[in-house]
Design a protein around this ligand. Structure first.
Ligand SMILES: C[S@@+](CC[C@H](N)C(=O)[O-])C[C@H]1O[C@@H](n2cnc3c(N)ncnc32)[C@H](O)[C@@H]1O
Length: 292
């Protein structure tokens, strides 16, 4: 006779404190895909186990089957956010992939410098902003062109699905170690030591005032923004999406980017040829087709 516990053991896909079956993995993967568009291949089963085991412990659950039943409840919105946070990566840094900021300056900002100085509008979007290093690097680049950017019609939007990282972005306070790699010029110019904790630095007011953070799911049914954006950074997030979801995101960006505007993607991401609204404009940079 097969007992429940021997069944659990036989089907277990990861050995550990909590029973975790292939069925459980499939349910978690389906939930994450429906929620955020993120695809989890079965090779990630150990990672899923190790990232969620703490949630089971906190909730006092004994098996992943119990966890799956709990997290799938309509009333478990908070746990769905916890699961998403546990399974996504928020890794980012200031001036990550620095050539994008050089390109932004040379091909997006400088060509419109006079128009913006005369009151013209400039809009930039960091579409998976994580804890803010990316939109603030965009703000520092903007300030290098217009030191008085705060007085001009310039806005930078930072969005992410994870409300915890957005709170970090709004606070704009970073440990000294996170500033490594920023050249001494902008580092001294755009950060001030936090008087409350000398190891922390706060992004200066002139950069903070340019950036607004909002919650946004790239896989969500509707996006409230109208654009047009002069440039969108959507980097190191669609790598977790399957191809149809990636293509849907690129096509949703298209009407939001001004003709001639830029879309920057992560170093291992691509906008495929089937997305005709964008053409290649260098390494992981794309230009919206049409004149400016
Ligand atoms: C690896 S970080 C990339 C941060 C930054 N763009 C960079 O390249 O340094 C990926 C971010 O995407 C966010 N994310 C994952 N799925 C998302 C979705 N469906 N909609 C919006 N943001 C999402 C995560 O919360 C995480 O902060």
């Amino acid at each position: 006779m097969t007992t429940a516990s021997s069944m659990d053991r036989r089907e277990a896909i990861v050995d550990g404190e909590f029973a975790f079956t292939n069925q459980d993995f499939k349910k978690i993967a389906a939930l994450l895909y429906a929620q955020a568009g993120i695809s989890l291949p079965e090779s990630k089963a150990t990672l899923v186990y190790s990232r969620l085991a703490k949630r089971l412990r906190t909730l006092g659950l004994k098996t992943f089957t119990e966890y799956c039943a709990f997290v799938a409840l309509d009333s478990s919105v908070d746990e769905q956010q916890e699961m998403l946070r546990a399974l996504t990566t928020n890794v980012t840094r200031f001036f990550r992939e620095p050539h994008h900021f050089d390109d932004l300056r040379a091909n997006v900002l400088e060509p419109v410098a006079d128009r913006v100085r005369a009151g013209g509008r400039l809009r930039l979007w960091s579409a998976a902003s994580s804890s803010g290093q990316e939109p603030y690097s965009m703000a520092f680049t903007v300030l290098s062109v217009w030191p008085n950017a705060a007085d001009l019609d310039i806005r930078i939007l930072g969005t992410d699905i994870d409300t915890n990282v957005l709170a970090t972005g709004r606070a704009a306070v970073y440990d000294e170690s996170l500033l490594e790699g920023i050249p001494p010029g902008p580092r001294n110019q755009y950060f001030e030591r936090d008087p409350g904790d000398r190891r922390n630095f706060r992004v200066c007011e002139s950069a903070r005032s340019l950036v607004a953070f909002r919650e946004l799911n790239l896989n969500g049914p509707s996006w409230p923004m109208k654009g047009p954006f002069d440039a969108i950074f959507c980097r190191n997030v669609v790598i977790y999406f399957d191809e149809p979801t990636q293509e849907r995101v690129w096509n949703r960006f298209a009407p939001l980017v001004a003709p001639g505007g830029r879309l920057y993607v992560g170093h291992s991401e691509r906008v495929g040829a089937s997305v005709t609204a964008f053409e290649s404009a260098g390494l992981t940079a794309y230009r919206k087709v049409g004149g400016r």
